[in-house]
Design a binder for this molecule. Structure first.
Ligand code: NDP
Ligand code: 8X3
Length: 252
């Protein structure tokens, strides 16, 4: 039977690349994000190119009631999910702790932590219908090591690293795999969002080295998802050749 993957934050970057990879591997997809037009375009493109079924849900992961309502309202034949990729997330700002914008802190905590919790709980009954369910959390090297001015973004990713471990323990009895994927610098819209539309600052982040791409991460996510049923990759840290952690980046 064709498997279904549910991907949050599929309108851009790593999530979009995962949607493309899993569609190419003939999965049916539930894609989500806030930008409806992008969801519609991606749904049309993937359906046409790969002849898979694609359903889209437009919601903000921070909105608990909406997340639960939209997942509960999925049509009957979309009510089994085999893989959940918790990818939606963001960094906002890169200022020291004593200068950072506190609204940005709240948005990061509400999106990266609360949003991931809401989606995971809302999708849980659908995952339990699968004989081989798998949750893949897109975390970060920022969840392994703190860097200067990374304060609350790092804290959200440390939280998701910890949650990945506790989900794996608590879901053992249900046979649900949990994998945490920790990318290093990947050139997506991440830095444009972090620097609030400042394209020059965002581009400078990736100058002097060859960063990862969304497709690089998607290939690794698919690798984790395609292993035999008795194997679970717990933790996968991926950087480009020029990086050995958030504090060690060799730029030419
Ligand atoms: P992008 O900015 O390219 O994509 C982020 C995605 O998250 C978009 O699809 C966006 O969709 C979605 N999203 C953001 N906020 C919300 C929200 N409140 N509700 C629903 N969807 C939301 O960045 P990346 O692809 O790089 O980031 C994906 C994940 O990877 C994030 O969790 C990020 O922290 C993590 N990561 C990124 C790294 C990098 O260097 N790029 C490295 C390590 C981890 P929309 O705006 O349509 O809602
Ligand atoms: C994104 C990578 O190093 O900018 O999580 O925090 S980093």
């Amino acid at each position: 039977m064709t498997k279904t993957v549910f991907i949050t934050g599929a309108t851009s970057g790593i999530g979009k690349a995962c949607a493309e990879k899993f569609a190419a591997e003939k999965y049916n997809l539930i894609i989500t994000g806030r930008r409806k037009e992008r969801l519609d375009d991606l749904q049309a493109a993937l359906t046409k190119e790969y002849a898979v079924k694609v359903w889209s849900l437009c919601f903000d992961v921070q909105q608990k009631a909406d997340v639960f309502a939209q997942v509960a309202a999925l049509p009957e034949d979309w009510q089994q999910v085999d893989i959940l990729i918790n990818n939606a997330g963001l960094a906002l700002g890169r200022e020291p702790f004593d200068e950072a914008n506190m609204d940005d802190w709240e948005t990061m905590l509400n999106t990266n932590v609360h949003g991931l919790l809401y989606v995971s709980r809302a999708v849980m009954p659908l995952l339990k219908r699968s004989a081989a369910a798998h949750i893949i959390n897109i975390v970060s090297i920022a969840g392994k090591e703190v860097y200067e001015n990374g304060n609350v973004y790092c804290a959200t990713k440390f939280a998701v690293d910890t949650l990945s471990k506790s989900m794996r323990i608590d879901l053992l009895k249900h046979g649900i795999k949990v994998t945490a994927v920790h990318p290093g610098a990947a050139e997506t819209e991440f830095s444009v969002v972090r620097f609030k539309g400042d394209e020059q600052k965002a581009a400078a982040t990736y100058q002097g080295f060859e960063p990862l791409t969304g497709a690089d991460i998607a290939a690794s996510v698919y690798y984790c998802a395609s292993l035999p049923p008795h194997i679970c990759i717990n933790d996968l840290v991926i950087t480009c050749l020029a990086q050995a952690g958030p504090n060690h980046l060799f730029k030419k």
